[in-house]
Design a protein around this ligand. Structure first.
Ligand code: HEC
Ligand code: HEC
Length: 396
């Protein structure tokens, strides 16, 4: 082989090597330049993703088609319609927003400050503490299974999650923010800009974060808080060993026509979503709360409150709209102390016909409490984000 040919050959292999090398480098480089996804693309447990990237609720109650709300009924009854169909990215973005104190005017308080996952998405207070520790009028309800509710707040004054959240966000005595300040703050954070672009891919490129996108994401997150796999549920689906004898006795009292609990706290949601005057007392020194009378401008609803779901009730003491009862035992005892016994003398309330004088024994009250504790299921508790795009500490 001549010298010339040798040089030619080796330079060709050299060129080839250089070419392959740059090819790999550039390929690797282009991978690192790909848009990093910041949000989870999987649906949370309890949901299944469809072809449109929507999370659709899945649960064993879907096999029963008897409608909810038919009185005491059987245990194998369907649930009311759920608000689902959000994308996994919207749900995940909502999780960051829910825990981020950047949502409040002075950056001190998040939704989770009053709806703490460790306290059944309530806050352990009789009535919540707002901006500057001001005492609010009512207790923070749990948010478990809130996607099934048609009316929100104790007095039903909001009809969607989006409408509801504007009250705490912009109330002076709660998160004390303004729509303009909220938008300015979020739009100044690059990571949130990227996350909103990912959660709302159909909007124009480089568009600003909008209020309805914030509301939708938080609503999506709240709608993912599903608790339907308690000991009680396993029993209801036919696994009879899930409840012990005491708990079954309690369930039978709960469903009996003497106690009538299930008439209002109707399974499987443990609320019929109606408003009822049951005559619960306010704590000492607190003014009478007219409740749903104001919302519906109906004097027969004076002192009426939304029948709350009893799911995870073990976790959300103290109880009732004003947090007047410290324990579940005290709460169930209220129902057997006589119709209207706690109504102030100057009030003439129209107590609901299912509130009567069941004369339950101390033994039966204990069993009711045993039963209520079988409604605990926190297996789908979401993870609190470790860090937030705002750089603030997630506050609970
Ligand atoms: C300062 C405490 C506090 C903060 C902060 C707060 N909430 Fe609440 N939340 C409450 C109280 C108290 C109620 C009940 C008020 C009433 O019924 O009049 C409530 C009611 C609700 C309800 C209605 C539940 C039902 O069963 O009717 C939802 C949903 C809710 N809050 C979500 C949120 C979201 C989302 C945020 C953040 C944007 C938030 N809350 C911030 C205290 C708070
Ligand atoms: C007429 C409908 C009705 C019946 C019957 C009824 N409840 Fe209630 N329940 C309500 C309403 C309304 C509230 C909220 C009242 C308030 O906040 O002042 C409530 C609240 C509760 C709470 C507190 C929930 C919370 O989140 O703080 C528990 C526990 C409870 N009920 C258990 C029972 C049991 C046990 C029985 C049967 C002995 C029963 N209820 C019968 C309507 C009813």
């Amino acid at each position: 082989m001549s010298k010339k040919v040798l040089i030619l050959k080796s330079s060709i292999t050299g060129l080839l090597a250089v070419f392959l090398f740059t090819f790999f480098i550039s390929k690797n480089k282009s991978e690192t330049y790909e848009v990093l996804t910041k949000l989870n693309s999987n649906c949370p447990p309890g949901f299944k993703k469809n072809a449109n990237n929507e999370c659709i609720a899945q649960n064993l109650y879907m096999q029963y088609n008897s409608p909810n709300g038919l009185g005491v009924g059987g245990l194998q009854t369907g649930l009311p319609e759920i608000r689902d169909g959000f994308s996994p990215q919207q749900i995940d973005l909502g999780r960051y927003l829910f825990f981020d104190p950047i949502l409040s005017g002075d950056g001190s308080m998040s939704c989770a400050s009053c709806h703490n996952p460790e306290k059944g998405f309530s806050d352990g207070q009789k009535t919540s503490l707002g901006n500057n520790h001001q005492k609010l009028k009512r207790a923070a309800p749990s948010l478990w299974n809130v996607a099934y509710l048609k009316k929100l707040f104790w007095d039903g004054r909001a009809t969607s999650l989006e409408e509801q959240m504007q009250e705490p966000l912009f109330s002076k005595i709660e998160m004390n923010n303004t729509p303009d300040n909220l938008l300015n703050k979020l739009n100044s954070i690059k990571e949130y800009q990227q996350m909103f672009a990912e959660a709302f891919p159909d909007r124009a490129i480089n568009s600003e974060i909008k209020l309805n996108e914030i509301y939708k994401s938080i609503a999506a997150f709240q709608s993912s808080l599903i608790s339907l796999n308690s000991k009680y549920d396993r029993y209801a689906h036919g696994y009879h060993d899930a409840l012990n004898d005491n708990e079954i006795e309690g369930m039978n009292v709960f469903r009996s026509f003497v106690a009538r609990c299930a008439e209002c706290h109707t399974p499987p949601l443990f609320t019929n979503q109606q408003f009822a005057v049951i005559g619960t007392p306010e704590p000492n020194g607190i003014q009478f709360d007219p409740g749903a009378q104001i919302t519906f401008k109906d004097s027969t609803l004076r002192g009426a409150f939304k029948v709350p779901s009893l799911r995870n009730i073990e976790k959300t003491a103290p109880y009732m709209h004003s947090g007047n009862f410290a324990t579940l035992r005290e709460t169930v005892e209220f129902y057997t102390q006589g119709r209207g016994h706690a109504v102030p003398k100057n009030e003439n309330l129209i107590i609901h016909w299912h509130i009567w004088e069941p004369n339950l024994t101390a033994y039966e009250l204990d069993r009711l409490v045993d039963f209520l504790k079988t409604l605990t299921d926190e297996t789908f508790t979401p993870k609190i984000p470790n860090t937030l795009p705002s750089g603030l500490k997630p506050s609970v």
